[in-house]
Design a protein around this ligand. Structure first.
Ligand code: NAP
Length: 280
């Protein structure tokens, strides 16, 4: 199959490496010619160009740019796509993307591979990024079933766990497990950094270890990605942030009032609840 990838960064480059390893012909488009050359050198694409005409032979195109340029990029590539070409995206937000791109291309289906690292750009791309990760597809009532089947068949070869849901359900779920954690983790780094006693701050820098590494990881990641989550998933993120603030207020009250049994109950419940989200 001829697979097009638009936006050769962490996600686009990693998809290219996987598809090329499977024997597909991978056609890349990116903004900078240096990125295109690097993607070819790394073996992530067979051909790459800053011009979308390289996509003329593509059967399936993955849109892997930042969310903020997806609409403009789709309008740029559309004149070069064959009418039967399927277009899918990898954006971390789905309701806005689907609402915006679906009217532009009938063979469009929203997608989201739920894998990433703190790195960005083509040099961060690597084989195996998606292995065992969830891959969400968000077809709507008007998505052609052939597009759903084609994208599901291709992404299933990445050894991912495919989930189907509506764009809105996706955005509400990822607000809890991805977008809220980014804001909470960023806020944690910010308040720790704001410690005014320089001796204590220096000591905190020196003592930070595995716990802080885990809890600060997503807040210290790609700033552009976090910004896009807030901007394009605003309603769901806000709903989660407000619930989080209420929860923190309960914790503050309990600590202030030396209500240790409330704290103990909370930690007992969260100890039991965590394995239903991730393996301990
Ligand atoms: P990335 O590493 O920064 O790659 C994005 C690529 O898009 C860049 O390499 C860049 O290529 C190109 N690009 C940037 N601005 C552009 C513009 N204005 N016009 C055209 N191309 C542009 O980002 P990423 O982490 O792969 O994220 C890409 C998409 O994947 C986003 O929509 C994000 O929501 C989604 N996603 C990310 C993760 C994650 O954890 N990172 C996980 C799942 C989904 P040039 O070098 O040529 O400029």
């Amino acid at each position: 199959m001829n697979i097009g990838i638009v936006g050769l960064g962490l996600i686009g480059g990693s998809l290219g490496l996987e598809f090329k390893a499977q024997g597909h012909r991978v056609l890349g488009v990116s903004r900078k010619s240096a990125t295109c050359e690097r993607a070819i050198a790394l073996g992530a694409v067979d051909q790459a160009s800053t011009k979308a005409d390289v996509l003329r032979d593509a059967d399936l195109v993955f849109l892997c740019t930042p969310l903020g340029v997806m609409e403009a990029t789709t309008k740029e590539i559309i004149p070069y796509l064959a009418p039967e070409t399927t277009l899918t995206d990898v954006g971390s937000v789905k309701a806005w993307v689907v609402k915006t791109l679906e009217p532009l291309w009938p063979n469009f289906i929203g997608g989201h591979p739920m894998a990433g690292t703190a790195e960005s750009g083509i040099d961060a791309a690597h084989l195996g990024l998606f292995h065992q990760a969830p891959y969400v597809l968000t077809p709507t009532r008007t998505t052609p079933s052939v597009a759903v089947q084609q994208v599901e068949a291709v992404v299933s070869t990445l050894q991912v766990r495919v989930h189907h849901c509506t764009p809105d359900e996706h955005d509400r779920a990822v607000a809890w497990i991805s977008h809220l954690p980014v804001m909470v983790s960023a806020s944690l780094i910010a308040v720790a950094t704001n410690e005014t006693d320089s001796t204590v701050l220096k000591l905190a820098h020196a003592l930070a270890s595995s716990g802080f590494r885990d809890t600060s990881r997503v807040g210290g990641g790609n700033p552009e990605l976090g910004m896009m989550m807030a901007q394009y998933n605003q309603a769901s993120l806000l709903r989660s942030l407000l619930a989080y603030r209420t929860q923190i207020d309960h914790v503050i009250d309990a600590v202030q009032n030396e209500d240790w049994s409330t704290i103990a109950d909370l930690l007992q419940q969260t100890h039991q609840a965590r394995p239903s989200f991730v393996e301990p």
